[in-house]
Structure formats: C-alpha cells, structure tokens
Design a protein around this ligand. Structure first.
Ligand SMILES: *[C@@H]1O[C@H](CO)[C@@H](O)[C@H](O)[C@H]1NC(C)=O
Ligand SMILES: *[C@@H]1O[C@H](CO)[C@@H](O)[C@H](O)[C@H]1NC(C)=O
Ligand SMILES: CC(=O)N[C@H]1CO[C@H](CO)[C@@H](O)[C@@H]1O
Length: 507
C-alpha cells in the first residue's frame, strides 16, 4: 500500500496496523458462523464463551435475530452461559415441541444442544442424532430400532410415514438408547461448561431460579441432582423432570475415555429406561450417585406400567423438595411443605403451558425465586370454582366407600378410612352432595372428588383436569372445592421467609 505524500513514517505504521486489525476482525467474525453451528445462534459472547473454557461467559445476549437483541426482552434474564442445556426429543415430536421452546424459554439462552433419534433441521435448528454411534449390531438386530430405520428411509414428511404405526410406543422403546450417548456427545462438543442440564422437550426450565440455586453449588464437586425415582432399589434422576450433572461428574465419566456409551448399548436392550441407564453408567464408571431434589411427584403414566416407584419421603427420608419437578401448575399439589419453596423445572408442559409460563416469567422481569405459590396465584387461583362435572381434581388423601357396593382395588381399599366414622363421613360415599357435606364438616378437607361410589378428600389444593365423558353416571368424575376454606388457608400461608434450596453442598 502506498503511503500518501506528506505523512510521516510513524503515521504509515499506525495506519498499517489499524488496517490489519480491521482485516483480522472481519476474518474472525466470518469464522464465528462455522464455530457455532450446533447451538442456537452465533454471536461474539458464545464465541468468547468457547474460548474462555466455560467459566464465566458474558451476561446473556438475547436470542438469535438482531430484532431480539435490541428489543430488551432479555435485559433481566440471568447469565446462564456456564450451563449447557441438553434437550432430548424424537423426530416424531420435534417439529411440534422444539420451535416453541426456541421462541420462549430458550430465547435468552446463549447455548444449547438438541438430541433426537434422527439428524434433523427443525426451523433451522440442528437436532443431532444421538443414536448414530450405537453399536451397529444392536441397531440391526433389535426391533426397538424399527422407528429409527423407518424414519431414515422416509422420503416425505415423518408424520405421513408414521401415521399407520403405533409411533408413541415405538418412540418410547427407542428413547432409552439416547441418554448415555447424548451425554457423551454433549461433553465431546462442549467439554467446558460448569453444569449440564438434561431435560425433555416438554420440560420447562425456570432459569432465573435455577441460576440462583446453582450459584450455591460447586461444579467441581461430582454432583448428579434430580427428582429421584427407583427401578428396583436403584435410584436415578427422572429424565422428564430434568437432571443436573456437574463438570466434575461429567469429566469423571467421559474425560480421556472413548466408547463409554457403547459399553452400555447391549445392556440397554434388556432394561427399561434411558434416565435409569444414565444413572447406572455414572454410578458404575465413577461411583457418583444421584442426589434428591424432590420427593413428591406423580409418576408419568408409562412408567407406572414399568413398575417404577417415584421417590417418596418415607422411602428416602429426604425433605419434601419439589424443586426439580415432574408436575406443572394445574397438577402440582399446593400444600404446607411446598407452598414457599422454589421451583426450577416442570414437566409434561405442553406448548401452550410452556408459552404461558414463559410469559408469566417475562412479566415479572425474570425475577427469582419463582416459588410454588407464585404459580398458584397466577394460574390456579382464579380458576377454582365450587364444582366441576367430568373433572378429576386428583383428591386422593382419604377415601370413603362402601366395600359391599362395588369391587374396589387394594389401593382404593387401602386409602379408605376404617372405623370411627362420623355420621357425615359414613354417608359420604352416597352422592356428590353427601361427599361435599362430609368435606365441609372436616376442617382439614380443602377439596373432594366423587367417582365410582368413592368420596375422596384432599388436604392439599390441586386443580386437575377434565375426564372422559362417561355414559353411566356411576363412572363420571365430579370434583368440588371448598373455596372459602382454601382462601383462608392461602391467606394463612402466604407470607414466606427467605428462599432455601434443597442441596447446598457436597457431600
Ligand atoms: C420490569 O422492568 C421494567 C423496566 O426495566 C419496569 O418498568 C417494570 O415495572 C418491571 N416490572 C416488574 C413486574 O417488576
Ligand atoms: C352398602 O352397599 C350395600 C350393597 O349395595 C347396601 O346393602 C348397604 O346398605 C350399603 N351401606 C351403606 C352404609 O350405604
Ligand atoms: C391421583 C389420581 O387420582 N389420579 C387419577 C387422575 O385421573 C385419572 C383419570 O381421570 C385416573 O386414572 C388417575 O388415577
């Protein structure tokens, strides 16, 4: 480059340095796109995060598009750059669930990975095939992989190819092979995060509260934290509720090793579930066991059939912490022990629920903690009415029934109150109205349900959901709430102290 006449040699040197800086900057920024292909988006903070070995990235830069960057939606969102979110999905559900997550809870999250059972691009976002590294022999010989192969051969949209199959069952059978592989892949792709948070595509993560909790834990401790369920006597973090694995635990499991997940492929064919297998693998390879952040969760339906028992306080002696949670606003029990507690995940949240909870969080400027009671006030309080037909309010604390009037299961008979019944209690099983009168007569009863000749009380507030419309009156559900008593209960419990989190340190 020619120096213009009249400039000193020093000016020329400064100019040349400046020019090369501009060229270098231009070059570096064009490289960033390539470096960020897996996560949600590429910006300088994600790039810097990668260089800074995961410790303390810049505060969250919002969303993927420039429009979001300037809208300020993420202005109050916490810095989550030390957590890698690893979301599990399947090709048969990904188009329905992933775009909604991206547009809501992931909007302000700088980096995350999606893993499924097929390599896909959903709304421009990469879904990695967690199963491409499963031992070929296992994949070829096993009917669990029927869906996997069909998906790969599908020449049109997957919904059409899956339409004539029981895809729910097939996706469930395939799902268990994913967990260890996706953990291994996530660690290989992002080895430097402090925390790895594994969730499903219908899990809602309450980021501000999650970050407050994580700030009290040390990722250098080998931690694996979840909502504990048991298979046989073996504990594991329930996948849908989400589980957290610290940097120390992940590196113990994967650092400097290869083929860790492959060591389990054959074994998985004989076992039930991927989250359970992850716990087995982690325990066997490193000795790290799951720590419980919850004891109070209703087991998702498919698991019941497989004989898994969710952790209960009496089994584990743990505190009643629903912080990592398998429930959502309308199925959560609102009760003494949980009311003031923080909540960091919810499960079985449909797209609308994810969207609604996100809007709520945004409306409160992503403040923390989100307590269980906040969900009650926002979502449930205004919906409670005196009674609802064809509705199950999940009341199941105490049952009143007539043993000789119908045949009842051992579970139902076990819950039935025996002896010492008041006149109201003795009549409770006769009708919905008798059930209501009995509930009104018991100071601890907040709500009740009548079904199948059983009157059941609940001492906690649960909203529940509609039931199938049965033609025979005997089989129709009807639920009622003692609104006045519930309001008094809420008023008496609504003042909370400072927030407390379940697991504070290790060991
Ligand atoms: C949220 O923040 C904005 C400004 O940053 C403020 O005007 C508004 O009142 C806040 N809302 C709540 C619920 O705190
Ligand atoms: C219980 O059911 C039996 C058989 O239907 C009936 O004869 C009896 O009167 C019932 N008892 C009460 C307390 O309702
Ligand atoms: C806990 C409880 O009562 N669960 C019930 C909720 O409602 C469904 C059907 O409406 C029942 O199958 C569950 O047992």
């Amino acid at each position: 480059m020619l120096a213009p006449r009249g400039l000193s040699r020093r000016s020329v040197v400064v100019f040349a340095l400046f020019a090369s800086f501009i060229v270098a900057l231009f070059f570096a920024s064009s490289r960033m796109g390539a470096l960020c292909e897996d996560g949600s988006y590429c910006d300088v903070s994600a790039f810097r995060h990668r260089l800074s070995f995961g410790g303390s990235g810049k505060p969250c830069s919002p969303g993927s598009g420039d429009a979001i960057v300037h809208s300020g939606e993420c202005a109050h969102f916490p810095d989550v750059s030390n957590v890698l979110l690893v979301m599990k999905t399947g090709a048969s559900e990904s188009y329905g669930k992933i775009p909604n997550q991206i547009m809501t809870t992931l909007k302000c999250v700088p980096d995350y990975l999606f893993f499924g059972d097929m390599a896909q691009k959903v709304a421009g976002h990469t879904i990695h095939d967690s199963l491409d590294t499963v031992i070929p022999d296992v994949k070829m010989k096993n009917k669990d992989f029927k869906l996997y192969h069909r998906q790969q051969q599908c020449p049109i949209d997957l919904d059409s190819c899956n339409k004539n199959h029981n895809v729910g069952q097939e996706a469930w059978s395939l799902d268990k092979y994913k967990n260890i592989h996706m953990a291994e892949k996530a660690y290989a792709m992002r080895p430097n995060h402090d925390w790895y948070l594994f969730v499903d595509a219908d899990t809602y993560v309450v980021w501000p509260t999650m970050m407050k909790w994580l700030s009290k834990l040390n990722p250098k401790d080998p931690l694996y934290i979840g909502s504990v369920a048991y298979l046989g006597n073996f504990p594991f973090g329930h996948g849908g509720s989400g589980y957290l694995v610290s940097q120390a635990a992940m590196s113990k499991l994967f650092h400097g090793k290869s083929g860790v997940a492959n060591r389990w492929d054959e074994r998985v064919t004989h076992e039930c579930c991927g989250d359970y297998m992850f716990s087995k693998a982690l325990h066997t390879e490193t000795g790290v066991n799951v720590k419980n952040a919850v004891c109070l969760v209703v087991v998702p339906q498919p698991r019941r059939r497989l004989g898994i028992v969710q952790g209960e306080a009496r089994l584990t002696g743990c505190l009643q912490w629903p912080t990592i949670n398998g429930e959502k606003p309308h199925t959560l029990p609102y009760a003494e022990n949980e009311w003031c507690q923080p909540i960091v995940t919810m499960h079985h949240a449909g797209a609308q629920e994810v969207s609604d909870i996100y809007a709520f969080e945004k409306g409160r400027n992503f403040s923390d903690p989100l307590r269980i009671k906040d969900l009650y006030h926002e979502f449930v309080e205004d919906q409670l009415v005196v009674s609802r037909n064809d509705w199950n309010n999940l009341s199941d604390d105490v049952f009143y029934l007539n043993r000789s009037a119908s045949s009842y299961s051992d579970w139902e008979l076990g819950r039935a109150k025996k002896g010492d019944l008041s006149a109201l209690e003795a009549a409770a099983h006769r009708s919905f109205d008798d059930c209501r009168k009995a509930c009104d007569g018991d100071q601890t009863c907040l709500q009740y349900r009548f079904w199948n000749g059983i009157c059941s009380f609940s001492k906690t507030i649960k909203h529940g959901s509609p039931t199938k419309l049965e033609s025979e009156a005997w089989w129709r559900y009807k639920s009622g709430w003692n609104i006045k008593r519930i309001k008094e209960w809420v008023a008496a419990h609504d003042t909370c102290g400072s927030v407390d989190f379940p697991i504070k340190s290790w060991p």
